[in-house]
Design a protein around this ligand. Structure first.
Ligand code: AR6
Length: 185
């Protein structure tokens, strides 16, 4: 599904983020940028070894922040490595840190001039952030961004399984204006 905003569009779809033809692909990384399972493992496998070489040079990334590398063999220009919070029950600043993942990734895209970006569902896998809450945080930040006139203008949430896609679809309504059209494709 797709929703148009004043300054861009948001797409929610089921898919493998490694196949995305966008300027920047976001990776759900860990603070050591050491690689791992989930979407991180899939992106490193698809991009090839140059991604890990670049990550080693960066030396890490604090939780809630985002750093950029090249994208190796992927079609994108950049991989943005963002580090979600490990869920610890909700009283350790997890929500703010997750919002910051999306905010810092969008700000970095603006700085680099990335016009399109694809996000996975950050922190809802190995890091166990509750899905409905994570979807609302992600879509709140993204829909606010799309009301400003700054890149990226095309934002894709690429969700790996039907349960995750459904959670984001359910959360979306609260961020739309009355009568704002959702295009089903
Ligand atoms: N494309 C899109 N989404 C995917 C893909 C893919 N190819 N593969 C998995 N997902 P996770 P986290 C979904 O665990 O919770 C890693 O080991 C997955 O189904 O990848 O932020 C890192 O190194 C889920 O919906 O990330 C860290 O140590 C979502 O991506 C840690 O896991 C996020 O799940 C980060 O954990």
């Amino acid at each position: 599904m797709k929703v148009n905003f004043e300054h861009g569009c948001l797409e929610l779809l089921r898919g493998d983020i490694c196949q995305e033809k966008v300027d920047a692909i976001v990776n759900a990384a860990n603070a050591a940028l050491a690689g791992g399972g989930g979407v991180d493992g899939a992106i490193h496998a698809a991009a090839g070894p140059t991604l890990m070489e670049e990550c080693r040079l960066l030396g890490g990334c604090p939780t809630g922040e985002t750093v950029a590398t090249g994208a190796g063999r992927l079609a994108a220009k950049w991989v943005f490595h963002t580090v979600g919070p490990i869920w610890q029950g909700g009283d350790s600043g997890e929500s703010k840190l997750l919002a910051s993942c999306y905010q810092t990734a969008l700000a970095l895209a603006g700085q680099l001039g990335a016009e399109s970006i694809a996000f996975p569902s950050v922190a809802t896998g190995v890091y166990r952030f509750p899905l409905a809450a994570a979807a609302a945080i992600a879509l709140g930040v993204i829909t606010r961004h799309l009301k400003t006139n700054s890149p990226p203008f095309r934002i894709r949430m690429v969700l790996f399984d039907p349960t995750t896609l459904a959670a984001y679809q359910n959360a979306l309504g609260q961020f739309l204006d009355p009568g704002q059209a959702i295009v089903i494709n």
